[in-house]
Design a protein around this ligand. Structure first.
Ligand code: SF4
Length: 371
């Protein structure tokens, strides 16, 4: 408890509420990896060659590997492996298995991954425990093939949605890859398909003039100020993300992107004074979106698996995140896997708060799901 209180700048012996801290306003720094690896197969792909040009234009050192296997990425210990991996970009050809798409409810019908791994340092990261090996950012050089493959999953009778953010933050690598722009352009021409992405970054300018035709829902991941500033290392400040959200939603004739937009509130945490901090956040969203726009929201509460907790505690040994299983409820998936989620009573309290507060401010913006 003391650790958690310290984390959120609360006096340990005096639990009286303190005001929400002044918002930080920094933009995210462009990620410039220390190592960039290309496999031979990736360089045979025209899109891989485009990535090569972009990386070279940023003056980054490039190594072309002799084989298509990524090896030698581990350091002396888990911390060193983590540090090295988080500053390594590997451009590879996605294996044939990537063409067999997986459903990804409730966010979208299917997931389509343009990359796996992320340079940011969120201490609750959803990828921990789901991706194998060192957390290197792997970008797929055969993206056009992956995009064409999505057409076989479309259904004529209804809109089919594809999520590209399941295993990466698509915007923090965009300056080096151009992959998100490629996806938005592609889906702009698909009548029966919708692209969905989400980011904690703010470099949205290259997206604003694209011919998306309303087929991409651009979502920004937001959280209470204390959570973002203490647990989301390397990402843009909440203020910068709110301004990015505003730019994405504003009509193109007003200099914005004219996108259908979304807010992903995740992971919702029961931190001390959570009502106060999340109320401040919702007020700031309302201020940023003070005009008519196509908006949705997704609510995701904090959860962890035994596997993700073990990985995160290796990556962030001093993390003050609450991993106490005894205060959580167990949720099992259909394969018997275990997740620790908030207790049902806490869930009810949180759910009621967020639904009421959201509907008060955004009566026309549907809640897509609560989980
Ligand atoms: Fe993980 Fe998302 Fe944070 Fe990247 S931005 S470290 S994928 S939680």
């Amino acid at each position: 408890i003391n650790q958690t209180l310290e984390l959120f700048d609360l006096p340990v012996l005096n639990p009286a509420p303190r005001p929400t801290p002044e918002p930080l306003t920094h933009n995210a720094k462009l990620w410039l990896p220390k190592r960039v690896l290309f496999t031979p197969d990736a360089l045979k792909e025209p899109f891989g060659q485009q990535i090569y040009e972009r990386v070279a234009a940023h003056g980054l050192p490039i190594e072309v590997l002799k084989s298509n296997r990524l090896t030698g990425l581990r350091g002396e210990d888990a911390r060193e492996t983590y540090r090295n991996a988080k500053s390594t970009l590997a451009v590879v050809k996605a294996p044939p298995g990537a063409l067999r798409l997986q459903p990804t409810p409730p966010s979208a019908d299917w997931q389509m991954n343009l990359a796996e791994g992320c340079p940011a340092h969120c201490q609750y990261c959803y990828l921990a425990g789901s991706l194998q090996g060192p957390p290197v950012v792997r970008v797929f050089a055969n993206l056009p093939q992956l995009l064409e493959n999505t057409a076989t999953y479309e259904q004529a009778s209804r809109q089919t949605s594809f999520e590209v953010s399941c295993y990466t933050d698509v915007l923090d690598i965009e300056h080096l890859t151009g992959s998100l722009v490629e996806c938005i352009r592609y889906f702009g021409n698909r009548e029966a398909a919708q692209l969905r992405f989400v980011t904690k970054y703010d470099h949205v300018e290259p997206l604003l003039t694209l011919p998306h035709n309303g087929h991409t829902r651009a979502r920004i991941s937001l959280n209470a100020e204390p959570v973002a500033r203490r647990l989301e290392g390397g990402t843009a400040s909440i203020e910068a993300r709110l301004q990015a959200l505003r730019k994405l939603a504003l009509p193109q004739e007003q200099g914005g992107g004219g996108y259908p937009v979304g807010v992903v509130l995740a992971p919702i945490m029961q931190i001390p004074d959570w009502r106060q901090h999340y109320t401040a956040l919702l007020d700031r969203i309302a201020k940023a979106l003070d005009f008519k726009c196509d908006l949705t929201v997704e609510f995701i509460t904090h959860r962890f698996t035994p596997g993700s907790r073990d990985v995160l505690q290796q990556w962030y040994p001093n993390t003050p995140l609450d991993f106490d299983e005894s205060t959580r409820a167990i949720k099992r998936n259909k394969f018997g896997g275990v997740k620790y989620v908030y207790q049902p009573e806490d869930m009810r309290t949180l759910r009621q708060f967020f639904y009421e507060e959201w509907r008060q401010r955004f009566p026309n913006a549907p809640v897509q799901y609560w989980t």
